[in-house]
Write a protein that binds this ligand. Structure first.
Ligand code: C2E
Ligand code: CA
Ligand code: CA
Ligand code: CA
Length: 253
């Protein structure tokens, strides 16, 4: 159910929006390469609430900057308190790619919590770039100057334009779950993923397949040359206390 604005404002004040961490692994070896940070709302009465119920509300009411900041800070703080410095990938809303203060905000949060910016990956979706390519490029370059990596999220859905891949300094390409879901059952999906991987490789991007649930999917992705994977097969999003106490190795570069 969609969150009420007043409830969300209260939740942000009461620290109820927290980061969960989903493992990202090397497809070949299975080694941990980092985590994607995903927001969760721990509601005192309703329990755990998923982002689809509150991210849009935050975006529509000017709260997404504050929400992102809180999630980011807590992710840095919680991993530091565990003695871990894994690579972390965070989601930035399309709307945030219109604020030139974004890189500074991210730098401040990282410095405050002692998190190294070269271990941070920023995931942006293509819709962030629509009608906004100049400003988005400026922000993307500033993020790169801080040492962050840039990942193009949900690639292949909705707004795909190859011009975006050319305009922004991406390091990584995330193949949308919708293609992965049918990769073992549909020849078309397999061919599309093969084509995306070919494109990614020729542009020197690291490819990450999201939503990998089954062995058969992982085997096909490996055979097609995909480097990284994320999905229930490797681990669901979890609170920091559940993270394995081994340091994530340096990721693919
Ligand atoms: P996303 O960035 O595409 O994140 C991946 C989503 O796929 C997550 O959903 C994750 O839990 C889910 N997922 C991962 N592996 C599997 C799998 O094997 N099978 C299936 N069926 N699902 C899998 P989640 O956590 O519900 O997040 C949904 C979306 O909300 C995210 O999609 C992202 O766009 C947005 N979001 C989440 N956290 C934040 C945040 O802190 N800030 C912003 N701006 N957006 C966020
Ligand atoms: Ca993402
Ligand atoms: Ca995604
Ligand atoms: Ca998605």
């Amino acid at each position: 159910m969609l969150a009420k604005l007043s409830d969300l404002i209260r939740a942000l004040e009461d620290d109820e929006i927290v980061p969960y961490f989903q493992p990202i692994v090397d497809l070949r070896s299975g080694a941990l390469r980092g985590y994607e940070v995903l927001a969760r709302w721990m509601h005192p009465h309703d329990g755990l609430i998923l982002p689809m119920n509150f991210i849009g509300v935050a975006e529509d009411n000017g709260l997404i900057g504050e929400l992102t900041n809180q999630v980011l800070r807590k992710a840095f703080k919680e991993t530091r308190e565990l003695g871990l410095t894994p690579r972390l990938a965070v989601n930035i809303s399309p709307r945030q790619m219109r604020y030139t203060s974004l890189p500074l905000q991210i730098r401040n949060s990282a410095e405050e919590q002692g998190f190294p910016l070269d271990k941070l990956t920023i995931e942006i979706t293509e819709s962030a770039l629509i009608g906004n390519i100049e400003q988005a490029t400026q922000i993307a370059n500033a993020l790169k100057d801080l040492g962050c990596r840039l990942s193009l999220d949900d690639f292949g859905t909705g707004y795909s334009s190859l011009a975006h891949l050319q305009a922004l300094p991406f390091d990584q390409l995330k193949i949308d779950r919708s293609f992965v879901a049918s990769i073992a059952t549909r020849r078309e999906s397999r061919k599309i993923v093969a084509a995306i991987l070919g494109l990614g490789h020729s542009l020197d991007l690291v490819n990450l397949a999201e939503g990998v649930e089954e062995d058969a999917q992982a085997e096909i992705l490996l055979r097609l040359g995909c480097e990284l994977a994320q999905g229930w097969r490797y681990g669901k999003p979890m609170p920091s206390q559940a993270m394995p106490h081994a340091e994530a190795a340096e990721p693919h570069s």
